[in-house]
Design a binder for this molecule. Structure first.
Ligand code: IMP
Length: 206
């Protein structure tokens, strides 16, 4: 038996990362598959606010159990920027290449390259709302490396590694990433509550 649940994203990279973490006991459905073709609003000042806003919006349009994620790259030397503005850091669109160039320009000459990715997942199931957080600490390189993944992946090296997320397989990235961590907490919660069958094993996160 699988749990059918809407993942409020139209980002194909996120969808495949999250499906890989959740495994076959979950059937992920996208907003578009449920007839929600318009942009989903995300104009809140925090990751938590945006994740809840996206999940509530899709829930109101579909009536289905649903979760959404929102992610920010928080760079120490930039006072936590781009943070909640990570998608539209350089331009108004989701221009990954322009965002990466802008980040490198803003960090030029700075020796502190510490950064972290933080993901918040908002879950709406039945009449409950829950938030799950995942964080990965690391550093920003001074040039792009790798072609896998998306967004800031070519610039981010997680602690304990000497390769960027864009040089890792999806499996390797998921094992340590912000989104992998948050989504394993989500899966663990749904299994513990027996909202999905308990027989399917899910790694729990400390
Ligand atoms: P979103 O609002 O959760 O889609 O994330 C905002 C922005 O953060 C995206 O447009 C990407 O630039 C970046 N981002 C989110 N997740 C990741 C990731 O896993 N790797 C690299 N960049 C990411």
């Amino acid at each position: 038996m699988t749990m059918k649940i809407v993942f409020a994203t139209n980002n194909a990279h996120k969808l495949s990362e999250v499906q890989a973490v959740l495994g076959p006991s979950f059937e992920l459905v996208t907003p578009r598959m449920c007839g929600v073709a318009e942009d989903i609003p995300e104009d809140q000042p925090t990751l938590e606010g945006n994740a809840l806003q996206k999940a509530r919006y899709v829930r109101s349009r579909t009536g289905l159990d649903c979760f959404a994620d929102d992610t920010g790259l928080e760079v120490e030397a930039l006072g936590g920027a781009p943070g909640v503005h990570s998608a539209r850091y350089a331009t108004d669109g989701h221009d990954f290449a322009a965002n990466n160039r802008f980040l490198l320009a803003n960090l030029a000459g700075k020796t502190n390259r510490r950064a972290r990715f933080r993901t918040v997942v908002a879950l709406l199931v039945g009449d409950e709302e829950h938030l799950f957080e995942g964080v990965v600490e690391g550093r920003i390189l001074d040039h792009e490396c790798g072609t896998e993944g998306f967004g800031y992946d070519p610039l981010f090296v997680p602690d304990g590694y000497d390769r960027t997320f864009a040089e890792m397989s999806a499996e390797e990235k998921n094992a340590v990433s912000h989104r992998g961590r948050a989504v394993r907490k989500l899966a663990s919660y749904l299994h513990q509550r027996e909202i999905v069958p308990k027989s399917e094993s899910v790694e729990t996160e400390k």
